[in-house]
Design a protein around this ligand. Structure first.
Ligand SMILES: [Zn+2]
Length: 120
């Protein structure tokens, strides 16, 4: 588990840059901004959050869309429950999507195709 503090808001970040200290609640009340402690289960989660903050920096609005899994049978994109659902639904003859994260976890057509791992 990784713990990190995120500071949002121009005055609050400037204050942090100046003092090296996380702005107090009083400072935030007077000047605006938010301080929040985040926890991450893996370094990858931390890196992803960090990249998201960096990309959104300076923009008033951002949107994240067109999510897709680009590699089939890539277990690294499983949520905590993908494997559990895969076991429960393993005898299904149709596509099954994880009820928790929406990932395609069973795709019966693939099982009979030799080259399926190299497909999109
Ligand atoms: Zn899942």
């Amino acid at each position: 588990m990784i713990k990190a503090t995120v500071i949002c808001g121009g005055s609050a970040v400037y204050r942090y840059d100046e003092t090296g200290k996380v702005p107090s609640r009083k400072f935030l009340n007077d000047h605006g901004g938010v301080v929040d402690v985040k926890t991450f289960n893996t370094p990858g989660e931390y890196d992803a959050y960090s990249m998201g903050l960096a990309d959104a920096d300076g923009w008033e609005e951002t949107a994240l869309t067109d999510k897709e899994f680009t590699t089939k049978k890539d277990k690294s994109t499983d949520c905590k429950l993908c494997n559990t659902w895969r076991d429960i639904f393993r005898d299904r003859s149709r596509d099954v999507y994880c009820p928790d994260c929406g990932k395609l976890i069973i795709h019966p057509d693939d099982a009979n195709q030799v080259a399926s791992d190299t497909a999109l």
